[in-house]
Design a protein around this ligand. Structure first.
Ligand code: 13P
Ligand code: SF4
Length: 306
């Protein structure tokens, strides 16, 4: 089967089986082309909440599928490739969180959406990279522990100095691979390029950026900008997608090492078996977990809306 034949079969089957395909923008181009919604973590969470179809197929990582299940418990939610996890989401468990709470009495817990459903049951609000600054600013509490990404947390802390934010040790292994040396080398090689960086990068890298934003915010800015050269400081799939959408502009990866292998495990044949209802993993969460984990996600959608 060619890629095109496989895509046509997926489009036919998803309609027949009442499936909505959600794909994070780190997925490959062949997958993005068959998705109903693509975007950053916030956009696909919102799409999951609104999708009219009975079944949701998540092309992304496990915490994204869990978020979709929490928002649409009556639907069948399938994670397209069951081995697609996010290492950051596993860095803190409920026992760790209870210890953090014990040591920080009176503090609210703000959790990056890249956490397990179980962990979310103990949190006050979730944030995504595109909504974190806005949500933390709008939170009624002043004292906040931000988990688990200390790089995103550091960025938020600088943008919202009026809040007292404590950080923990955690973060994205993919974005942490980018160094200041990469910035120096790429700036030297492309002196006219605009440097766009994800806030999961180390603070010393973020400080050097011309723009800091989520994957979608980076893509939107590059597409709308009158500049013609960009250095991209996030997963290198974004370099490829941007080059595809803007053939008259040049995009350079900030680091050759910035690939999220967890995002890459999902393939178009995985999507095909999942729309046949033969592959992927159905996300099962207890009613109790769904009820409790929904509270910080609803708070995120409420505080993050315009
Ligand atoms: P966003 O798409 O929300 O920017 O997040 C990037 C990421 O690392 C997802 O896991
Ligand atoms: Fe997790 Fe980082 Fe991969 Fe995103 S890029 S899924 S945070 S490991």
């Amino acid at each position: 089967m060619t890629t095109r034949e496989m895509q046509n079969e997926i489009l036919r089957l998803k309609k027949g089986n009442d499936i909505c395909i959600l794909a994070h923008v780190y997925q490959s181009q062949d997958i993005l082309e068959v998705a109903d919604y693509t975007g950053d973590s916030f956009a696909i969470s919102e799409a999951a909440a609104k999708a009219p179809e009975k079944n949701i197929l998540m092309c992304g990582v496990r915490f994204m599928a869990e978020t979709a299940k929490i928002l649409s418990p009556e639907k069948k939610v399938i994670l397209c490739n069951s081995s697609a996890g996010c290492p950051m989401a596993e860095q803190i468990d409920l026992d760790n969180l209870n210890r953090i709470k014990e040591n920080n009495k009176g503090y609210a817990i703000a959790a990056y959406i890249n956490t397990t459903a179980e962990l979310k049951t103990g949190c006050d609000v979730c944030v995504t990279s595109s909504s974190a600054v806005k949500i933390i600013k709008r939170m009624p509490q002043k004292d906040i522990v931000f988990i688990p990404d200390c790089n995103l947390g550091d960025y938020v802390k600088r943008q919202v100095p009026e809040k007292n934010i404590k950080l923990v040790n955690g973060g994205c292994p993919t974005h942490s691979r980018i160094t200041v040396k990469d910035v120096r080398e790429k700036r030297e090689a492309h002196p006219n390029a605009v440097l766009l960086v994800h806030p999961e990068c180390r603070p010393e890298v973020v400080k050097e950026a011309d723009f800091v934003g989520s994957t979608t915010q980076i893509m939107d800015l590059a597409k709308e900008s009158t500049a013609t050269e960009f250095i991209i400081g996030t997963d290198n799939s974004i370099v490829q997608h941007l080059q595809f959408s803007c053939p008259n502009k040049e995009f350079y990866p900030l680091s050759m090492d910035c690939y999220c292998h967890n995002m890459l495990v999902t393939t178009l044949p995985n999507v095909l078996s999942a729309v046949k209802l033969q592959g992927g993993e159905e996300i099962i969460l207890s009613d109790e977990t769904i009820k409790k984990a929904r509270l910080p996600i609803d708070e995120m959608l409420r505080l993050g809306s315009e």
